[in-house]
Design a protein around this ligand. Structure first.
Ligand code: FE2
Ligand code: FE2
Ligand code: FE2
Length: 436
């Protein structure tokens, strides 16, 4: 078994930032563009090394708390931004427990706080870092660009708006720094470039921080929480797949390194659902043809997104092939038999098991007999791997208990997000039950 090599953290951040914005043509590259503006301003203000890296990370992920395509679109429009005023806090909640992103979380928590003549020095009882004020300006600037018009022609107007806002919405020092870096056409052309991802790769001297499989799992979990929160039916889905796939893999003699990779793959497996609107994920009735094909596209997007990071080839196969079937009847690549490695086969069983035991808008979660009936039938028809299925059948009680425990811990974290997303109703996300 080849378990992929270490992954450079900056590529992971750039690709996941890109993934969050791929959801709609109106938003494409929003965070990458904000990261570019922020990084240029921060450098002009003397930021370097780790500090610059933190500001960049915060900017590249600043809207991570905007759960669901519908909410991401709302944030683009002034009048609608109030409806999603919770998103900087949700973003902070997502990042705060991960040591790699904690400082970025502290910055993005305040990315909609106006300077207001100095009042914006404090927010929610915290001192607002200067980096947050840079982000406020960069975000407003990016949202002010009319993407239908040539960018260089808008530059004077946009800069005059920023100058008007100095001391009010924006920190005056940030506006001064912006004016110094935005003098050239190249600044604006970079911003609008199709090659912005590559420009950003060259813009900063990146820390040589690489993630091994152990550190990758918690990062993947952050993104799984964004995906899962978009629908109340899947609020704890990824945790179930992670627990089940690792439990199956350990019984099939995967080494510790392979188990860590399996956990990361499981938390990444539905990443491509970022491209599916919540209205489809949550639809109570039957999906029509178009909606169904949008849903089916999610694993294609998982595959292409993870591919851009590089170094994750094996994890990507395990993650993105969970709807492929041994007899070639799956999707989207229609891989069969020998193209599906043991890791991908395990993920296929873990995902099916977790999905059938969860409630769905159109049916209740299945108990043991019915669940194993479905899975054994799929194995008999040649869709799922018989050896993997027989391990699940043999150790069902134990594996099911492991699944429930991991979903319970994850549900508590998800509940915290819901607390901020739905004030004051404070809805519960998802429902948890044992399948027996
Ligand atoms: Fe925002
Ligand atoms: Fe934004
Ligand atoms: Fe899936």
């Amino acid at each position: 078994m080849i378990v992929s090599p270490e992954v450079p953290l900056h590529r992971l951040v750039l690709s996941l930032s890109d993934a969050l914005d791929m959801v709609h043509p109106k938003i494409v590259d929003h965070q990458l563009r904000v990261a570019y503006i922020t990084t240029r301003i921060a450098r002009a203000m003397g930021y370097q090394g780790e500090e610059l890296w933190d500001v960049f990370q915060a900017a590249a992920l600043h809207d991570i708390g905007l759960i669901g395509i519908e909410n991401r679109l709302r944030a683009l429009h002034h009048g609608q931004l109030e409806k999603v005023s919770w998103h900087p806090r949700v973003g902070y909640e997502l990042l705060r427990d991960n040591p790699l992103f904690r400082r970025a979380g502290d910055i993005l928590r305040h990315h909609h706080v106006a300077w207001a003549g100095g009042k914006g020095d404090e927010n929610e009882g915290q001192r607002v870092p200067m980096a947050s004020h840079i982000l406020v300006l960069a975000d407003a600037l990016e949202r002010g660009i009319d993407r239908r018009l040539p960018i260089v022609e808008q530059s004077d107007f946009i800069l005059s708006q920023a100058t008007l806002g100095a001391g009010k919405r924006f920190h005056p020092q940030c506006v001064d720094a912006l004016r110094s870096v935005a003098r050239t056409e190249a600044f604006w052309l970079d911003l609008d470039s199709k090659h912005l991802y590559g420009v950003l790769l060259r813009e900063v001297t990146w820390p040589t921080l690489t993630l091994d499989q152990g550190a990758l799992g918690p990062v993947a979990e952050i993104f799984a929480r964004v995906v899962d929160s978009a629908s109340r039916w899947t609020a704890v889905h990824a945790a179930g797949v992670a627990a089940t796939s690792v439990a199956l893999a350990s019984r099939l003699h995967f080494a510790p390194r392979g188990l860590r990779a399996m956990r990361a793959a499981a938390y990444f497996h539905d990443l491509g659902k970022l491209t599916v609107p919540s209205a489809i994920l949550d639809k109570p009735g039957k999906l029509n043809r178009e909606e169904f094909s949008i849903i089916r596209g999610h694993t294609y997007h998982t595959f292409r997104l993870l591919e851009t990071i590089g170094g994750l080839e094996e994890i990507n196969e395990w993650a993105a092939f969970h709807h492929e079937r041994l007899d070639g009847t799956g999707y989207p690549f229609h891989h069969g038999g020998e193209q599906l490695t043991l890791g991908s086969r395990i993920m296929g069983v873990a995902d099916t098991f977790t999905a059938v035991t969860e409630d769905r808008p159109y049916r209740k979660g299945m108990e043991r007999g019915q669940c194993m009936g479905v899975i054994e039938k799929m194995s008999a028809e040649g869709a799922l791997d018989g050896d993997v299925v027989s391990v699940l059948k043999r150790d069902y009680e134990e594996i099911d208990a492991i699944r429930c425990a991991e979903q319970q811990a994850y549900a508590e974290k998800q509940q915290r997000l819901a607390w901020f997303m739905f004030p004051p109703k404070r809805k519960r996300l998802g429902r948890l039950q044992r399948s027996d």
